[in-house]
Design a protein around this ligand. Sequence first.
Ligand code: SF4
Length: 96
Amino acid sequence: MTATGNAMNWRAAGACLSADPDLFFPISSSGPAERQIARAKTICAGCRVRRECLEFAITHDQVHGIWGGTTPEDRQRDRRRKRRAAAAAAKRTVAA
Ligand code: SF4
């Protein structure tokens, strides 16, 4: 198996394999889609490869869909928080 294939093995253990794929790719983040998102997040909460899934989404900049129990907005907020923390750390290093 290739390195990429090995890196993707976690997918076969995803709790979402038997779920409706539409739950994980809602067309919006409000209205009826909120119920879809909540159901998807509930499935993710019990998934044993949640960490690998989220890491994949972050590494590959997945801008659509629920991955590792996070929405695109959740991941965007996390990226912004990490960027602010890195900028603050760099500022402290320069000032020291
Ligand atoms: S964390 Fe969620 S989206 Fe990722 S594999 Fe598990 S159930 Fe599927």
